[in-house]
Design a protein around this ligand. Sequence first.
Ligand code: AHR
Length: 495
Amino acid sequence: MPRLVVDPAFVVGAVDRRLFGSFVEHMGRCVYTGIYEPGHPAADPDGFRSDVLELVRELGVTAVRYPGGNFVSNYDWEDGVGPKDQRPRKLDLAWRAIEPNQFGTDEFVAWAGKAGVEPVWAVNLGTRGIKEAVELLSYTNLPAGTELPDRRVANGHEAPYGIKVWCLGNEMDGPWQIGHKTAEEYARLAEETANAMRRVDLDLELVACGSSNSGMATFGEWERVVLERTYELVDHISLHAYYEPRDDSASFLAAAEDMERMISSVIATADHVKALKRSSKEITLSFDEWNVWRQSDFPGELGLGIREVSPLIEDTYTVDDAVVVGSLLITLLRHADRVKIACLAQLVNVIGPIRTEPGGRAWRQTIFHPFALTAKYAGPTVLQTAISDGPEIDTASFGRVPALWSTATYDEKTGEIAIFVVNRSETDKIDLQIPVGGLRLARHLALYDDDRAAVNTADDPDRVVPRVIEGTEIVDGVCTATLPPASWHLIQLTV
Ligand code: AHR
């Protein structure tokens, strides 16, 4: 019978809580009628939807990246501050929508405060550069007394915001990016921007752009070139990845294999540069866009007419999608020693775990649940999990891979262990044994359904929710649990 062995002695690393981050971009209805909708019955005095804020808190999100995404690469941050009636309407080149600029830097900081999340900021290195990045940082982080922070104070915000994490551009390797660059061009700009930003504020964490996905022709080489230039100036290198069912559903359920390989490759590349530089510094990873996204359904920017803010990539997530999202979170945790920031992209409406109706309801998509449960139950330390006698599955994309995909966390203070495990077999249930010593079962929750295509909607928002698994038991120090095909699980053990 398959066995999962976990022991507090075998530590992977400490969980940086920013691993449970998300992403708000000025795209589709993520901001407008997503988190911000003055006039909505649930809008607070700032125009923030309090029904959405409640769901964001329940989701357990810790950090939110803003304002893009591709949007940032042609964004003039100055348009989004000051009196709202004087802010310009402008064409956003990324998504070809009219940006009304009614929500900007000060609104996002206020929203993040209410949501209880740390803002992670991206600067425009597409159409702009060093000067504008430094000016934005001065606006947000400097105390009053010079022009830019004085503008912030004049806009009603006396205290500096102290934003710590800054992304040096977005997906600059992608030809779709406004201001797309070669690795050498980007590396020089990132180096100079990082150098200048550090003169404004020494207490920053800077993220250099890595690859937009592991299939980019420049993947691997891009990271090497960028890090060779910026190694001592930046803290993290970014990774992005979106997954969708393509050829076979087995490959989709095993999408974590790609994420696993991508993370390992970026770590190897960063450590190669470390060796070249004889550096004692270790670069960590910011997986600042990841999710399931049926990207092949997206017509592309040029397939969109110029229009007012309107729905864009509002994917409705299935049970399978939730199982995959759960397995991607497992992968991020498995690399907790090197992945310090991760952002589920995006937060609301645009490929989001939360959906809203303009003027109406807000609800949890299927993918909300594995994220919320992982964020809630993951302890401070990730432990290795070893699986013996586990079955394997065949996939078109990754070959033969283990059916079980797992990680575990440990809380030294309480002695609790949380095991997160996915059964990626589409056909077979797995009876799993876990030696637990003197621990007892606190809960076994799972996400699966006979109808793997089931979704949540405004009218049926709880069609897919986590289920309590009743049959799991501990006999003579061994926990036995049955994992149905295509299912995600949290098994929490307590003293
Ligand atoms: O999240 C949607 C888009 O995907 C982002 O704007 C971009 O960074 C990525 O390609």
